[in-house]
Design a protein around this ligand. Structure first.
Ligand SMILES: CCCCCCCCCCCCCCCCCCCCCCC/C=C/C(=O)SCCNC(=O)CCNC(=O)[C@H](O)C(C)(C)COP(=O)(O)OP(=O)(O)OC[C@H]1O[C@@H](n2cnc3c(N)ncnc32)[C@H](O)[C@@H]1OP(=O)(O)O
Ligand SMILES: Cc1cc2nc3c(=O)[nH]c(=O)nc-3n(C[C@H](O)[C@H](O)[C@H](O)COP(=O)(O)OP(=O)(O)OC[C@H]3O[C@@H](n4cnc5c(N)ncnc54)[C@H](O)[C@@H]3O)c2cc1C
Length: 666
């Protein structure tokens, strides 16, 4: 906020019962992370190249060129200022524009790191790190996305020349969607079915050069372009999602990523001791980052809706006094505060997921693969539930802002448009929950075998207790006890998984059973993932959390998150007998009382996200709450207001107004 500028939300900030600066540290993860984030936010906000308020007005070509300019400028600044990886990734965050660089750094580099041999990494990574080559992740095809094993592109080994021939045999085998592919990437990690000596060996990644490093023209045999405009204005259209066809393109044998499987000069296929699933490793990495992104997108929408709800007034004026702030309506609170709590919940579960991922990666390096299934289930499941909830929440925040939420300059329409594909990319959310369900059913089926479930399924080891336990909640207060809440969530989750396993056992063919029961399985998987989020939030509170009142606020938010989920899925809790209808009603009573506790802290709780006005790019979410004058000024800046009488008046409006009215009744 400018020094000396009026703060229309000052009153709201004064009622906060906790130290906002300390909460900022907790949200950022550490004092160091906050400092870096703050510095990078200012660096980006103060640089005119990173202006983004005009984005939705630009044509596709202008938008795309501007994104190229921003990416080049960002890279120049990163090199000039010798920014660390952490600082560079914060620059990307605050620049806030999807670009080819996301796929280069987020998928191309990790694919080589995860699936390449030592020699391959030594050859390709230095080039990629200096951006002397730009890469994308070309997996999905026109006819095949979710089903990776169904990809059609082929990579046939030619022992005569020691090359692979990469080919797109059908229209549906055209690569379709990869970001950065359409207009920018010089290289791709392309996924194709490996064929050696007429035998198929599954899908693998191949480094393929697509464009000349001299004039950017596609190399022989490569047809490549952009797939066209996507949902919304601005938004994801800054990205060149592409189409790519290979016509018998030859690449050297050593460009197949060979950590999982090697093809020798003689055409021998050697399976290493690394599991085949590691070929999917890049997706696991990105799914984990997407959970963190969910908390960012959600907190951003909630910040806008909360500040605006405190500014906006409707009805309730007494004796000519001001009307009621809409944030004081219980309905507004019951729609908004669970989303605020969810933002914090997703933040902490993403912290935990990152540590799980780091731990599993270290184990993989040491040749320990036992934790891979859990890492896959957790990343897939949490990616699914957090992105679905966030996409819904952004739309809810738009509605919470009434009519003004529909204006582009509220920031919410573009945020929604840019965010919703997260429910689809990196694995369709339903398909991913089905993966979790497989993992759960397998865990349940092994319960009698003496195999002790560990990690996030450890609670299933107490199946005997959880299948018959009764919640002892007797008052609304009891719902503030994390153990009571967790047990209800565990009972619900276990009982849903066990019911699915029992129903599956009735089918002679397990795959047929899985297909028939898919909708129930998805619900059981979601219940398990919600339990993880609730548990990790409570576990966070076991840590030392410094700062006056910070822990207290987080306790309130953790209870709100858990009880909101319980209320929303009350049917599950009741039908599994995990709680009684009376206990469900008590949970709702507690939730109402928690909303009243959040109310005086709401604006401060969103201030703790520490978002600059540049990042929020929302008139409604301005830090100073000066909404109306800004909305008014902004309206006049619209190109339609460049002239008082619009273009087209002479051709289309005037003739209408001057027409002879022949029908007397009109
Ligand atoms: C202008 C800006 C300027 C800024 C400039 C700044 C520059 C510098 C910046 C630097 C900072 C960088 C910042 C980086 C940002 C990063 C962000 C990244 C952004 C990403 C954007 C997203 C783009 C989208 C990409 C994509 O979508 S890629 C394609 C994704 N596709 C999918 O997800 C497909 C989904 N399908 C599948 O995964 C599989 O098909 C399946 C799992 C559904 C089924 O597979 P399959 O048929 O093989 O398997 P089964 O079901 O039979 O299972 C067999 C067993 O395997 C296990 N399994 C399955 N998957 C996995 C796995 N992944 N890991 C481990 N195990 C797995 C199953 O569980 C089965 O096991 P079982 O046999 O024991 O039962
Ligand atoms: C913005 C964006 C960026 C992308 N970037 C990339 C990229 O960089 N690289 C890349 O390779 N790909 C990329 N993709 C592709 C993305 O990974 C796929 O779109 C995604 O994996 C979903 O696959 P699909 O499109 O085939 O959906 P489909 O699988 O065709 O889904 C259609 C519907 O069928 C349902 N369905 C499918 N299978 C099942 C099943 N077994 N059981 C029940 N229901 C099912 C789904 O739930 C969905 O409702 C991107 C996509 C988008 C939208």
């Amino acid at each position: 906020m400018e020094v000396g500028a009026p703060d229309y939300l000052a009153g709201e900030r004064q009622t906060a019962e906790f130290d906002v600066e300390s909460m900022k540290v907790t949200w950022a993860g550490s004092r160091h992370a906050l400092e870096v984030s703050d510095r990078m936010a200012r660096l980006v906000a103060s640089d005119p190249v990173f202006r983004k308020d005009n984005r939705v007005m630009l044509s596709r070509k202008e938008l795309f060129k501007n994104t190229l300019r921003k990416a080049a400028h960002a890279w120049k600044r990163i090199v000039e200022l010798r920014l660390t990886e952490e600082e560079a990734s914060r620059v990307r965050f605050f620049v806030d524009e999807p670009a080819f660089t996301d796929l280069h750094w987020g998928m191309f580099v990790p694919a080589i790191k995860g699936q390449g041999t030592e020699e391959q990494q030594q050859k390709w990574l230095p080039l990629a790190y200096k951006m002397q080559i730009i890469g994308c992740y070309a997996q999905t095809e026109l006819g095949h996305g979710s089903n990776v094993q169904g990809l059609e592109t082929t990579a046939t080994f030619d022992p005569k020349t020691d090359e692979f021939i990469i080919h797109s045999p059908t229209l549906t085998s055209s690569k379709w969607w990869p970001g950065g592919l359409g207009k920018v990437s010089t290289h791709a990690v392309a996924y194709a079915r490996l064929i050696v000596d007429g035998q198929e060996h599954g899908v693998h990644g191949f480094i393929v050069q697509l464009r000349s490093l001299d004039d950017h023209m596609p190399l022989p045999g490569i047809t490549v372009g952009d797939i066209g405009m996507k949902f919304g204005s601005g938004a994801y259209n800054s990205m060149d999602n592409g189409v790519l066809r290979f016509d018998n393109v030859r690449i050297p044998r050593d460009q197949m990523l060979m950590r999982v499987l090697q093809v020798t000069r003689e055409g021998k296929v050697i399976q290493s001791d690394v599991p085949r699933q590691l070929i999917y490793g890049t997706m696991v990495f990105v799914r984990q980052t997407i959970v963190a992104d969910a908390s960012c997108a959600l907190s951003r929408a909630v910040c806008i809706a909360t500040r605006y709800s405190a500014v906006r007034r409707q009805f309730g004026s007494q004796n000519g006094g001001p009307e009621t702030q809409v944030i004081d309506y219980k309905t507004q609170q019951s729609r908004l505060f669970p989303l605020l709590a969810s933002a914090y919940a997703f933040r902490f579960v993403s912290e935990w997921l990152k540590s799980l991922y780091t731990d599993v990666t270290e184990k993989l390096q040491r040749g320990e693969f036992s934790t891979l299934p859990e890492a896959h289930a957790c990343t897939a499941g949490l990616k699914s539930i957090t992105t679905s909830a966030t996409a819904d929440a952004i739309e809810e925040c738009r509605k919470l802002c009434g009519g003004h939420g529909y204006l582009a300059n509220s920031g919410l329409p573009e945020l929604f448009a840019v965010y919703v594909p997260a429910c689809t990319y990196e694995g369709d959310n339903t398909v991913l929950l089905l993966q979790v369900a497989r993992f759960l059913v397998k865990t349940v089926s092994q319960l009698g075998s003496g195999k002790v479930p560990v990690g996030t399924t450890a609670y299933m080891g107490r199946a005997r207790h959880l299948i018959q336990c009764k919640s002892n909640v007797q008052s609304a207060e009891d719902w503030l006890n994390p153990q009571v809440v967790v047990e209800a969530f565990e009972a619900r989750s276990l009982r849903m998984s066990v019911a699915c396993a029992e129903n599956l056992a009735k089918f002679p063919n397990p795959e047929e059973g899985f297909a028939q029961l898919a909708a129930d399985l998805v619900e059981a998987a979601a219940a398990h993932c919600q339990l993880i989020v609730v548990t990790k939030f409570f576990e966070k509170l076991q840590q030392d959390i410094p700062g006056k009142g910070v822990k207290k606020q987080l306790q309130i938010l953790s209870s709100v998150y858990a009880l909101y989920i319980l209320h929303k899925h009350l049917g599950d809790f009741l039908s599994t007998g995990s709680i009684t209808p009376k206990q469900g009603a008590l949970a709702n009573d507690q939730l109402r009382s928690l909303y009243s506790k959040i109310r005086p802290n709401a604006v401060a709780l969103v201030d703790a996200f520490n978002y600059t006005d540049h990042y929020l790019s929302s008139v409604l979410g301005r830090y100073d709450g000066n909404v109306y004058p800004t909305l008014y000024e902004e309206a006049w800046k619209d190109p339609l207001n460049d002239s008082v009488v619009p273009d087209g008046y002479q051709e289309y409006i005037r003739p209408l107004l001057k027409q002879q009215i022949r029908n007397a009744r009109l």
